[in-house]
Design a protein around this ligand. Structure first.
Ligand SMILES: [Zn+2]
Ligand SMILES: [Zn+2]
Length: 120
């Protein structure tokens, strides 16, 4: 995938969960360490979709200098069909998985109903 020189890291396939830092060159090997942060690199000049990667503690600074947004890694980061939810400030966003979110709210509503029934 084409990208600007010095990008925050290589595109990582869904569920890869390794640090994509490669020193700004597509021909360098990637770092490959377990990541601590999820990095939104932006929209590539060519390519199918927005481009996200991951960064380990050692490469977070390099990624933050060039990335659009980032957040601490969560269990849904990199899961297919998750959506990047940006907030007003960089670093405040999160990944959002609509199906999981719906299930959580349905379970909460169900337990609320059960509680209301048992109290009645
Ligand atoms: Zn790294
Ligand atoms: Zn994420």
């Amino acid at each position: 995938m084409k990208r600007k020189p010095g990008g925050p890291g290589r595109y990582m396939p869904t569920m890869a969960h390794i640090c994509g830092y490669d020193g700004g060159s597509n021909t360098n090997p990637t770092c490959g360490k377990p990541p601590t942060f999820h990095i939104f690199a932006g929209t590539p000049e060519s390519g199918p979709s927005d481009w996200a990667t991951f960064a380990c503690d050692d490469h977070l600074n390099q990624a933050q200098a060039l990335a659009w947004d980032w957040h601490a890694i969560s269990p849904v980061c990199g899961v297919p069909s998750t959506m990047w939810q940006a907030k007003r400030m960089q670093g405040e966003g999160f990944c959002y998985w609509p199906e999981a979110e719906a299930a959580i709210h349905e379970a909460a509503a169900e337990s609320d109903r059960e509680r209301a029934n048992s109290e009645a």
